[in-house]
Design a protein around this ligand. Structure first.
Ligand code: NAD
Length: 311
């Protein structure tokens, strides 16, 4: 029986750490691809040398050659520049669109049936580029943002309410930018609504901190952006697909009329299984949530319009 195979494009902070999570969970063989082939090979070898200590049996390959990616079951695309302090996600648009285009073309050549998990920023626009270039159905091009933004939200709620993160459920809708919409009405601690634990002003602060969660890390790191939680989030999506778990996760999905939105990637709850996005969950939003989601989708649309002009 063949072991699952996952390609991670971009062997930088997010990509290499994704390889680390995949190996330590023994999910799949990993091919790390980077423009800097030696760096990818070095990180793959270094990680492979941890196998006897950590006891995982997966093959790790690092390369610049896409032939090694042939027949990947899933591909995580992290290639691109990361944000520097003072740089917005949108500043990255032109450079990363070119990179994601090139990477997607090469991946599709060797793995025409794979599922793409796009991580490169600006996320919703890069997922759009990957979808357009691959021509894949929407089930097989998914953006990673919601799992990360929701994890930040849940971590801040757990800290604020002084409870275990394990008991905090919550998710974020919308684009991966300052207009994202943490869905406080659906957040619970052990099934009990959030407002039983935290006052409104505290919840508002958590929403604001979540929206700026990426920038908070950039400002601390100074030379790069977050990578532990982002890579862990991408791997959670890959795991749901490889194991056909049917998990309901917040993901950037190409919408086809859901929430009155079409032809753009926006973060919503989706069911992930072996078919990729197998369903989009349609929630009954209240008026305030509808307004916020529309505002966020408008911000995504602006990016998409800009990126279309560059393609
Ligand atoms: N969606 C999210 O929530 C989220 C979270 C964190 C980071 N990101 C984004 O993920 C991307 C990667 O972040 P990082 O911290 O790993 O950056 P990084 O600079 O550490 O790594 C990026 C890697 O991409 C490689 N690369 C560049 N062009 C390439 C190409 N054409 N082909 C193959 N490899 C190429 C670089 O050599 C580098 O090793 C950035 O765009 C970042 O903004 C997104």
């Amino acid at each position: 029986m063949r072991r699952a195979k996952v390609t991670v494009v971009g062997a930088g902070n997010v990509g290499a750490t994704a390889a680390h999570w995949i190996a330590s969970k023994e999910l799949a063989d990993v091919v790390l691809v980077d423009l800097n082939a030696d760096m990818a090979a070095g990180k793959a070898l270094d990680l492979a040398e941890a196998a006897p200590v950590e006891n995982f049996d997966v093959r790790l390959t690092g390369t610049g050659d896409y032939a090694a990616t042939e027949n990947s079951d899933a591909v995580i695309i992290t290639a691109g520049l990361a944000r520097k302090p003072g740089m917005s996600r949108d500043d990255l648009l032109r450079t990363n669109a070119k990179i994601v285009r090139e990477v997607t073309e090469k991946i599709c050549k060797y793995s025409p049936n794979t599922t793409l998990i796009v991580v490169s920023n600006p996320l919703d626009a890069m997922a759009y580029v990957a979808k357009k270039v691959s021509g894949f159905p929407r089930s097989r091009v998914i953006g990673m943002a919601g799992v990360l933004d929701s994890a930040r939200f849940r971590a801040f709620v757990a800290e604020g309410a002084q409870v275990s993160v394990e008991d905090v459920y919550g998710f974020v809708y919308g684009g991966h930018g300052d207009t994202m919409v943490p869905m406080t009405r659906y957040c619970s601690i052990a099934g009990v609504p959030l407002e039983k634990f935290l006052a409104k002003d505290k919840i508002d602060q958590i929403v604001e901190r979540t929206r700026k969660g990426g920038a908070e890390i950039v400002n601390l790191l100074k030379t790069g952006s977050a990578f532990y939680a982002p890579s862990s989030s991408a791997v959670a999506m890959v795991e749901a697909i490889l194991k056909d778990k049917k998990r309901i996760l917040p993901c950037a999905v190409w919408l086809e009329g859901e929430y009155n939105l079409s032809n753009l990637f926006v973060g919503v709850l989706a069911k992930l299984g072996k078919g990729g996005v197998e369903d989009v969950i349609k929630l009954d939003l209240n008026d305030a949530e509808k307004t916020e989601l529309k505002k966020s989708a408008d911000a995504v649309q602006e990016l998409i319009t800009a990126v279309e002009g560059m393609m």
